[in-house]
Design a binder for this molecule. Structure first.
Ligand code: NDP
Length: 480
């Protein structure tokens, strides 16, 4: 299996002649190779995108919209193939890829195919001065989109769909760990009639290929989703080049549970928000804070439910959790269990690597709950990005809010309560870009998406991202 770059509407070999292995994490075996592209490959992709830009940017919104909608249809037609590829590449349960990841990739294209037809800009009249101002929203040119491995096609398309809808040409790099579905998508884009050069996919390591995209002087905007450390590095690189940046970074999201909540709904959703996709979602509720009066009850019920979760081969229908994405990542996640043991924390369940019945050499791990006595501990302050959550009791609203906000991250938070006043108070004071009340990961693509503090800069979703992918130009006409 050879994954290739996609430049100027065709699959091609890298001029670097350098290749990397791609591994199926559910069995720990190499299933293919992918290019480790160099600056020359990035430049070739850039040239193709630059050449395609004048025509694509002037293509009518209706036509652009129709092509994007066609891509959505083709993703849906190829659901099985794409879901299998995603599950093999990432280790996630096939059922999850089928029900969530791939349908969402289609939705991303369909949503932005429609959103662009409704996109508008402002106008202001200055009556006394007899002038009118209006703002043009023009495509930027060639933009860079860099996405992570946890929701590969879901996040790849979350970036490229609005970028293309807004009339830009794109140079995109999927994570080197999970390149397969982006590779398959390229062919579907060609089939849908996306003109050559409008989308270019260059594979390779973040530190070389990704870096070359960020350093390219004529790629004027970068949309990046990934780790906070990488985001800071990208910001430092891009700043002297005055690039527009959208950074969607890590999270350490609080899940705050009050005794007055709808208990059964909360319990079921909390299991999901803790361990969906093996806990490898930036929005996972990894710090669980529970009101003291119901702490023991919750602890018993939560541990019982989590112990029932099945970890197994992603292809098995009854697997709730699949494999972690790579051996390195598994080792990193397990190192937090070691830290918990060193600190004599109470491991309520899990904590072990699983290697036997679940695919001999795959990267599996038990879902793990650790009781902590202080929010200052490393487990509550560092993003683990795996199947580990912590549990801690709180006495009152003030303490819960302080605990939730005491972190360098600020992506999302969940609050469980039926008290309206309390839910509004928390919504106002939580230092996050997203607050869910009595739900988790319920998404409406029209809404702004992103984080505060070290969780990112800027917002994606809806018109926010269309604004990001366009330059605003104000025009003032005096009609005196
Ligand atoms: P990384 O930051 O390691 O990588 C993200 C992407 O950036 C990959 O394509 C990577 O390439 C690339 N990259 C790495 N270094 C550079 C560089 N110097 N210049 C340009 N590109 C580079 O993140 P992960 O892939 O490990 O993803 C997990 C992280 O993503 C977690 O922290 C998670 O919280 C965050 N995330 C945030 C979301 C949000 O919306 N806020 C959503 C999902 C995840 P390669 O893989 O080839 O090294």
């Amino acid at each position: 299996m050879t994954i290739k770059n996609y430049i100027n509407g065709a699959y091609c070999m890298p001029s670097s002649q350098d290749w990397l292995d791609v591994i199926n994490p559910s069995v720990g075996e190499i299933y293919g190779k992918l290019p480790n592209s160099n600056r020359e490959d990035v430049q070739l992709a850039y040239e193709a995108a630059k050449k395609a830009f004048p025509e694509w940017s002037k293509t009518s919104v209706e036509k652009r919209s129709a092509i994007l909608a066609k891509i959505a249809d083709l993703i849906e037609d190829n659901l099985e193939v794409l879901a299998k590829a995603e599950s093999m590449d990432n280790g996630k349960p096939l059922s999850l890829a089928k029900a969530v990841d791939i349908p969402r990739a289609a939705t991303n294209f369909r949503f932005f195919s429609q959103a662009i037809t409704q996109f508008y800009s402002e106008s202001h009249e200055q009556i006394a001065a007899k002038s009118i101002n209006f703002t043009l929203r023009q495509p930027i040119g060639v933009v860079g989109c860099i996405s992570p491995w946890n929701l590969p096609l879901y996040l790849f398309t979350w970036k490229i769909a609005p970028a293309l809808a807004a009339g830009n040409c794109v140079l995109a790099k999927p994570s080197e760990v999970t390149p397969y579905t982006a590779f398959l998508l390229a062919e579907l884009c060609s089939k849908a009639g996306l003109p050559k050069g409008v989308l270019n996919i260059v594979n390779g390591l973040g530190s070389s290929t990704g870096q070359a995209i960020v350093e390219h002087p004529n790629i004027k905007a970068i949309s990046f989703t990934g780790g906070t450390k990488t985001g800071a590095h990208i910001a430092r690189t891009a700043a002297p080049l005055f690039k527009k940046l959208s950074l969607e970074l890590g999270g350490k999201n609080p899940n705050i549970i009050f005794a007055d909540c709808d208990y059964d709904k909360m319990l079921t959703t909390t299991v999901k928000s803790a361990f969906a996709n093996q806990g490898q979602i930036c929005l996972c509720g990894s710090r669980i804070f529970v009101e003291a009066s119901m702490y023991e009850q919750f602890k018993t019920d939560f541990v019982k439910k989590v112990k029932q979760l099945k970890v197994g081969l992603p292809s098995k229908k009854d697997s709730d959790l699949g494999a972690l994405v790579s051996e390195d990542h598994l080792e990193k996640v397990l190192s937090y269990v070691e830290k918990a043991k060193q600190e004599k924390m109470n491991i309520l369940c899990g904590g072990e690597k699983l290697t036997t019945e679940n695919g001999k050499n795959g990267y599996y791990m038990q879902p793990t709950i650790i009781e902590v006595s202080s929010n200052d501990c490393i487990l509550n302050q560092e993003e683990i990005f795996g199947p580990i959550v912590t549990l801690m009791a709180f006495e009152n609203d003030k303490e819960a809010l302080a605990l939730a906000n005491t972190t360098s991250y600020g992506l999302s938070a969940t609050v469980w309560t039926n008290n309206l006043k309390r839910s509004l108070h928390f919504s106002e004071h939580l230092e996050t870009g997203i607050v869910w009340v009595n739900t988790w990961m319920q998404r409406d693509l029209r809404t702004p998406f992103g984080g505060q503090k070290n969780s990112g800069v800027g917002r994606e979703g809806g018109f926010e991202v269309l604004r990001f992918f366009t330059e605003a130009k104000n025009i003032c006409i005096n009609y005196e």
